[in-house]
Design a protein around this ligand. Structure first.
Ligand code: PLP
Length: 389
């Protein structure tokens, strides 16, 4: 039986069309894009074509896209770059459920003198716009709220949050690493100033990110050097990675409408079937305001066993996650995201994240639905054996 990969929020398989687009950049078009000769010019052309493909995914101008080496670096460039440009003064607002790429950067800025507010979320994992209204101050420089959460899959009301921020004179950044290519963006009408992206979450290569910077917004670079990427990100460009990112962005944009509808159907079939067959299973995060292929489940009374369930499913040939990709380093510890929803430390140790992507099928979902109850039942027996009688 071939394995089933249901961990697309951690990373996605490279699309063969992306690999095909990258091959010439590795084998023929290996020039340095800063060189003036023909080899260099060809590489430059490939980079600029990819820049316009990534820009189109957001309906942005290509001059507003800066390539980075990861989504993490894009987040750091947005936050650190903006606050460094203003001498680490002022106030920064984020949410309690951001990815560590944002949260750890915010805490670092706090140690350097920036005032930090972490907004709570509702039990469904959504930031309440009223909480943002109350937190904004005259000295608030930046608000950073993710478009979609990597653990829960919940979609934040970023248009409303960005509009509130702009009315108060604060800039708005969104970490769209999980959302881009799955939900539409149109930065001609969305009042968002900075957007972070990552290629490997949309069937592109790993080690490639990008930051959208609205024209007129000034950032200090994190990396000093030869002045590539308009001085914002020095270092010779990863031409093949950039070309792959461009191809992945174009495919995601062209196929988004049909693919989202397909994934929503698979996701809802999965959620409804689990609810019908496993009465102690519960969905974590808002039922409807969630990414098309994203399901986060808890199992009442078995939350502490989530890692064992993951390993049981792995043995049965199914790859899922117990929260986020980072959990391999923090397994067994409560998730700060679940704690932010109000879960106690025991319940916060357990969730099963099932994230579907472009290459998953209805047959795979049905096979998972067959195997899951057996895997859960075997946990139950371990669990009950472990209980004092
Ligand atoms: N932001 C979110 C919401 C993520 O889910 C991730 C990766 O899991 C990142 C940022 C970091 O992206 P990268 O893996 O490209 O550094």
């Amino acid at each position: 039986m071939p394995r089933i990969y249901f961990d697309n929020a951690a990373t996605t398989p490279l699309d063969v069309r992306v690999a095909a687009a990258m091959r010439p950049a590795l084998e023929e078009n290996w020039g340095n894009p800063s060189s003036l000769h023909e080899e260099g010019r060809r590489a430059r052309q490939a980079v600029e074509h990819a820049r316009s493909q990534v820009a189109s995914l957001l309906a942005a101008d290509p001059t507003e896209i800066t390539f980075t080496a990861s989504g993490t670096e894009a987040d750091n460039l947005a936050l650190y770059g903006l606050l460094a440009a203003t001498g680490f003064a002022g106030h920064l607002i984020t949410s309690a459920i951001e990815h560590p790429a944002v949260l750890e950067c915010c805490r670092r800025l706090q140690r350097q003198g920036v005032e930090l507010t972490e907004l709570p979320v509702t039990p469904e994992g959504i930031v309440d716009p009223d909480d943002l209204r109350q937190a904004l101050r005259p000295e608030t420089r930046l608000v950073s709220i993710m478009a979609a959460n990597n653990v829960l899959g919940t979609l934040q009301p970023i248009d409303e949050l960005a509009a509130i921020s702009r009315r108060h004179g604060a800039l708005f950044h969104t970490d769209a690493v999980q959302a881009a290519g799955k939900v539409p963006f149109d930065l001609r009408r969305q009042p968002i100033d900075l957007v972070s992206l990552s290629a490997h979450k949309l069937h592109g290569p790993k080690g490639m990110g990008a930051l959208y910077v609205r024209r007129g917004v000034r950032l200090a670079p994190l990396v000093a050097g030869g002045g590539q990427e308009s001085g914002l990100r020095s270092g010779t460009e990863n031409v093949a990675g950039i070309v792959g990112f461009g191809a992945a962005a174009e495919i995601a944009r062209n196929e988004m409408a049909g693919e989202s509808a397909r994934l929503v159907q698979l996701r809802d079939h999965l959620i409804d079937s689990v609810a019908a067959t496993l009465p102690h299973a519960y969905l974590i995060g808002d039922r409807y305001r969630r990414l098309p292929g994203h399901v986060c489940l808890g199992f009442a009374g078995q939350e502490g066993e989530a890692i064992k369930l993951l390993l049981e499913l792995d043995q049965a040939g199914i790859a899922v996650s117990s929260g986020s990709a980072c959990s391999a380093q923090h397994s067994g510890q409560p998730s700060y995201v679940l704690e932010a929803l109000g879960f106690d430390p025991y319940r916060a140790r357990g969730s099963l994240r099932i994230t579907l992507g472009r290459f998953n099928t209805r047959e795979e979902v049905d096979r998972f639905l067959e195997i899951l109850p057996r895997a859960v039942a075997s946990m139950r027996s371990i669990h009950s054996l472990a209980q004092p009688v």
